[in-house]
Design a protein around this ligand. Structure first.
Ligand code: ADP
Ligand code: MG
Length: 602
């Protein structure tokens, strides 16, 4: 075949494939146009998951009568003019291809009236060709009525999923925009049924409640606004408390300059902010809105405009992580009533898998793990590549978080130790039931908070060794350790180079008592390797986590009553006593009601 230029029609359909993948992408483009037009009321209507009808009406600026046909031409836009404008895009649209793309694969009726014109226009377009035009008397604003999407692209139509699935895609998009644009009143109707309505009252909190319901929406914590006042990046929005978590990342939403964005790294920053606060493999609920100068973020990455590139991704990462972390920690409500970790409320609002619903079976000698494996808990995703962002910067994990734990409201009630079970668990009684405490996990948590708290206040006590111990490591580990000596010194571990691959340990953190320097150094050298993770995080925090894991009492260790009482008492004083620093639960509760029902007393 000779080379030839494709006809406009074929070129348009190829291009349309990139912009219009499914009904939800049409809704997205139309909604963006309505928002760009300054609408304060937007109604969306669909039939059959958008296959037969998609309609978006707004009270925005409208399209001038002379421009209506032009609006449906490829690369026709009122939003940018020059190539420089691409450097700082302040509107949702800018490519000038959505209407052209949609028009080429459907039958559109566009009814619009510009704000400053007396008469509106109605235009009918089928498969990209204008078939009728007439004056129209509607109120200012625009009504895009799209029928028979993909009627002329059977391959695409065939690949559409069930109505329900397509509707879900549409909803997941619309609900997010309804929250992010609380000043706009949204109404969404599917097959004649209203599924969403927001008041347009201007508060994100209110919109969140309209969308997520009072239970979830009302439990979210506001990101404090003042935090980012000194940077050009503003982070706002709402995040879930640590009792609320989900099995996947689907409840993490990120808006950048008014646009819903999928960005792995920023999402990771949000997840990171919850590090050690959520059980492993659980994800937070978060609705995070980022505002930054448009020239610092490039949205012209993909036709669907759902990806961005940041000029300074690290700063964005830190700003988000810091803001979310402070919301989770500072804004958590100071509740007088303590909520047990697996009370029915915690399970419903938290959707929590940890601790599992327990019955008496849990009380049998648990063959879950042997003492050996328990001593070294499996490495988890969160434990491996993550540590909280810890710096002396009070905005990050605050000094108060860890050091002033004594003043914080207790997260668990006072417990009375009853004994030890399976040389693994401490059995204790609280005001409302029986508690099983994992001795290793609990001790890890206690040590982690104390050592890190001391470090943050610059008060780590070192204990000098009577005889310095020399430790030789494999070359690669030695190199790692070499680069961490300063950090270790701040943590009370004085280590000096002492010949090739050999080190002399002069002191250890007093808090940890007698520990084996050999094993500790090997562990710490391994910490350095994690630095390859994309997260910039405090080496101290990672190191402390390692140390605590190594030195915490193990399963299989018999504990005296006083030791158990001290451990439990210290756990009560922890800021986040319910998980170990790797996110595993430290305690399970059997409420009196649960016990009574197991004994069939109810
Ligand atoms: P873009 O949004 O990238 O500019 P579109 O193809 O989506 O491209 O729209 C083309 C133009 O049509 C827009 O630039 C805008 O001027 C106009 N337009 C589209 N939808 C609306 C609307 N709902 N209200 C007012 N103007 C609109
Ligand atoms: Mg557009």
């Amino acid at each position: 075949m000779p080379i030839r230029l494709l006809s406009e029609d074929v070129a348009a359909r190829i291009a349309a494939g990139e912009v219009v993948e499914r009904p939800a992408s049409v809704v997205k483009e139309l909604l963006e146009n309505s928002l760009d037009a300054g609408a304060t009321e937007i109604q969306v209507e669909t039939r059959e998951g958008g296959k037969s009808l998609l309609r978006v009406q707004d009270n925005g600026a409208g399209i001038p009568a002379n421009d209506v046909e032009l609006a449906f031409r490829r690369h026709a836009t009122s939003k940018i003019e020059t190539a420089e404008d691409l450097q700082r895009i302040a509107t949702l649209g800018f490519r000038g291809e959505a209407l052209a793309s949609i028009a080429s694969v459907s039958r559109i009726t566009c009814t619009t009236r510009h704000r400053e014109e007396m008469v509106g226009t109605r235009l009918r377009i089928e498969g990209g060709a204008v078939i009728a035009r007439s004056p129209n008397g509607r109120a200012p604003g625009t009504d895009m009525h799209i029928q028979d999407l993909f009627y002329n692209v059977p391959a695409r139509r065939k690949f559409l999923q069930t109505e329900k699935t397509e509707r879900r895609h549409i909803d997941s998009f619309l609900t997010r925009y309804a929250i992010a644009y609380p000043e706009v009143a949204f109404q969404v109707v599917h097959d004649g049924r209203e599924i969403l309505r927001t008041a347009g009252g201007g508060s994100v909190a209110e919109a969140l409640i309209s969308v997520y319901g009072l239970d979830l929406g009302g439990s979210l914590l506001a990101i404090p606004p003042a935090l980012t006042h000194d940077t050009p990046i503003k982070v706002s929005g709402f995040v879930g408390p640590t009792t609320v978590h989900r099995a996947n990342r689907g409840y993490i939403t990120l808006f950048i300059n008014g646009r819903w964005i999928q960005d792995l790294r920023t999402t990771y920053a949000i997840i990171q902010a919850y590090h050690t606060l959520l059980p492993v493999n659980r994800y937070p609920v978060a609705f995070v809105l980022l505002e930054m100068p448009p020239e610092d973020v490039d949205v012209n990455v993909h036709p669907a405009k759902t990806e961005v590139r940041f000029r300074d991704g690290d700063t964005v990462f830190r700003a988000v992580q810091r803001a979310v972390r402070s919301a989770v920690i500072e804004m958590a409500p100071v509740t007088a009533t303590w909520q047990p970790p697996n009370s029915p409320e915690a399970v419903t609002t938290g959707d929590a898998p940890h601790p599992p619903k327990i019955g008496l079976a849990t009380l049998k000698p648990a063959p879950l793990f042997s003492p050996e494996t328990q001593g070294t808990p499996p490495r988890t995703a969160s434990g491996q590549n993550a540590a909280p962002l810890l710096s002396r910067d009070p905005g990050a994990e605050t000094v108060g978080t860890l050091a002033a734990s004594g003043d914080a409201p207790p997260q668990i009630p006072p417990l009375r130790v009853l004994g030890q079970a399976s040389t693994m668990f401490i059995v204790a009684e609280g005001p409302d039931g029986l508690y099983l405490i994992d001795q290793h996990a609990a001790h890890e948590r206690v040590l982690y908070e104390r050592l890190l708290g001391d470090w943050m206040q610059g008060e780590v006590q070192a204990q000098a060794l009577l005889d310095p111990v020399s430790v030789t490591l494999p070359a690669d580990e030695a190199a790692q350790l070499e680069s961490q000596l300063d950090t270790l010194a701040r943590l009370g571990l004085q280590v000096e180079s002492f010949g090739p691959n050999t080190f002399l340990v002069r002191s250890t953190p007093a808090l940890l008592g007698a520990i084996s320097p050999q094993a500790l150094l090997a562990d710490i050298a391994a910490t350095g390797e994690e630095q390859r993770s994309p997260v910039r995080e405090g080496l101290e925090a990672r190191t402390v986590r390692r140390i605590c894991k190594r030195v915490a009492i193990k399963a299989g260790q018999v504990l005296a009553r006083e030791e158990m009482e001290q451990l439990v008492h210290e756990l009560e004083r922890c800021r986040n006593p319910r998980t170990c620093p790797h996110g595993r639960p430290t305690l399970l509760k059997l409420s009196v009601e649960q016990l009574a029902s197991q004994f069939e007393r109810t």
